[in-house]
Ligand binder design. Structure first.
Ligand code: HEC
Length: 115
């Protein structure tokens, strides 16, 4: 069961073309939406954004996810990620974020804004 879900994660990463740098986070087959969002962000967003609460952004122009969490509520963040999925953003090409990835990323980013 766990192996199967790991295979799914790896397959979806390969499809999105972001399998170059497989960090250990993926091997842990995270369970909650927020954890899955964090793992996905580590793969695809972390090369520009600081994704953890204490992480600096590698791309100085990219806001840290903690800052993004303060700018949007859950609904507007989902909308924004939907746009990013279709039209890309800044230097980033469109990302083909699926509904589930958008939900997971939203859950993760929103979790950063909790006190
Ligand atoms: C190639 C670099 C790069 C990558 C990769 C990247 N971003 Fe960004 N992102 C940026 C930059 C630069 C900005 C901010 C530009 C600005 O606010 O002027 C930004 C802004 C954002 C914003 C705020 C948009 C707004 O209108 O306030 C969100 C949300 C976001 N990124 C989400 C993501 C997510 C989710 C991922 C991973 C799936 C990701 N980004 C990957 C460079 C990147």
């Amino acid at each position: 069961m766990r192996l199967k879900s790991l295979a799914l994660v790896l397959a979806s990463l390969a499809v999105s073309g972001c399998a170059q740098a497989a960090p250990p986070a993926v091997a842990m087959a995270p369970d909650t939406a927020s954890e899955q969002g964090r793992a996905y962000a580590a793969q695809t967003c972390a090369r520009c954004h600081g994704i953890g609460p204490g992480d600096d952004s590698r791309n100085a122009g990219a806001p840290r996810f903690v800052v993004i969490a303060g700018r949007y509520n859950e609904i507007s963040l989902e909308d924004r990620l939907g746009q990013i999925s279709k039209i890309g953003h800044y230097e980033m090409p469109p990302q083909q974020l699926g509904t589930e990835q958008i939900r997971n990323l939203t859950a993760y980013i929103q979790s950063l804004s909790q006190p």
